[in-house]
Design a protein around this ligand. Structure first.
Ligand code: NAD
Length: 306
């Protein structure tokens, strides 16, 4: 098992002006030639390390992808239509960006013989039969977003078998950390803003639903390991292996923020998943992944920044 971080490589980060992508660029820019391909639909180029080159372009555009990937050794494919709600409103666009964009990236990577580390999602599992969820568990995604992530995840892995392309799919659970895009159900940043403002913290439903919140630093760690592993053609869960209820999350955020906000309950979100927790033993054993940031520490460092 190798444990080194990529160095002296030409690296493309699609969606590199976004939340996860910009943190990946931070980790890679000191020792690699890093390019970002981002259509800036939600990404912010001012958040990208100055050493990286930002190319404004769409992952649906084969010419833009080929040009951005010329000479690349390694691709981290983060760009997607990330909002579940938007995917429900516009499944065609979700499919075009998330599945179609991934195919375009995989095809271009074949030409360059570049490894692709794909941002997949816990959404591929839908309502899990039991938790913690293992990679081989049933996949019944409940939204176009989840369906498109599942297709992208499968394409990446089949490209490894069919064409010998080195790919790794990372199924991220609920990520939080600095620079998170607050637009789509980023519950941690919503609670944080409410607690700091002294506004009521709004828990959807009874708050007994559980989630596995993983800090973005650990997601970066998993990506760097995936860049070096010999376990290609595989998918790995990326979470912490622990979960909290949303009610507990609200209480912890309130506590860490030193806030006296009330916690109030609103209508449950239709179709919300009851329980989600990653089994990370495959990533531990095969990638050498080890989650390092506890939820309390992660929330404290997030709130310290304000
Ligand atoms: P983000 O919205 O912060 O970043 C996505 C980036 O992709 C943005 O900069 C956006 O401008 C860019 N983008 C969108 N459409 C594009 C297109 N057509 N062409 C080029 N660029 C495009 O989201 P994030 O939270 O950083 O998510 C990164 C990846 O991780 C996504 O694939 C997402 O589906 C996946 N993921 C995220 C989470 C999470 O909790 N944040 C969980 C599971 C999976």
């Amino acid at each position: 098992m190798k444990r080194t971080t990529p160095s002296d490589q030409t690296v493309l980060v699609t969606g590199g002006a976004g939340f996860v992508g910009s943190h990946l660029v931070d980790a890679l820019a000191p020792d690699n030639d890093v390019r970002v391909l981002d259509d800036l639909s939600s990404g912010d180029p001012t958040k990208v390390d100055d050493r990286a080159t930002v190319i404004e372009g769409d992952v649906r555009d084969p010419d833009a992808v080929r040009e951005a990937m010329a000479g690349a050794d390694l691709v981290f494919h983060e760009a997607a239509l990330v909002s579940v709600e938007q995917s429900v409103e516009n499944p065609q666009e979700s499919h075009a960006v998330t599945t179609g964009g991934t195919l375009t990236v995989l095809d271009a990577a074949r030409d360059e013989d570049a490894r692709v580390v794909l941002a997949s999602s816990a959404a591929v599992y839908g309502h899990p039969e039991s938790v913690p969820v293992q990679e081989s568990d049933r996949k019944t995604p409940t939204s176009p977003y989840g369906i498109d992530k599942l297709a992208a995840d499968q394409y990446a892995r089949r490209f490894s078998e069919l064409y010998g392309l080195e790919t790794v799919a990372l199924r991220y659970f609920n990520i939080y950390g600095p620079r998170q895009n607050p637009e789509y159900s980023a519950v941690v940043s919503v609670f944080e803003d409410q607690a700091l403002a002294g506004d009521p913290i709004t828990v959807e439903g009874d708050g007994s639903q559980t989630r596995d919140f993983v800090h973005v630093d650990d997601v970066v760690q998993a990506n760097l390991l995936a860049a070096e592993t010999d376990r290609v053609g595989e998918a790995f869960n990326v979470g912490t292996g622990e979960s909290v209820t949303i009610r507990e999350l609200a209480e912890t955020v309130r506590d860490v923020a030193g806030s006296d906000s009330d916690i109030v309950h609103t209508d449950p979100r239709p179709g919300d998943i009851d329980h989600s927790e990653a089994d990370v033993s495959k990533a531990r054993q095969q990638l050498g992944y080890e989650p390092t940031v506890s939820l309390r520490d992660g929330l404290e460092s997030l709130l310290d920044r304000n």
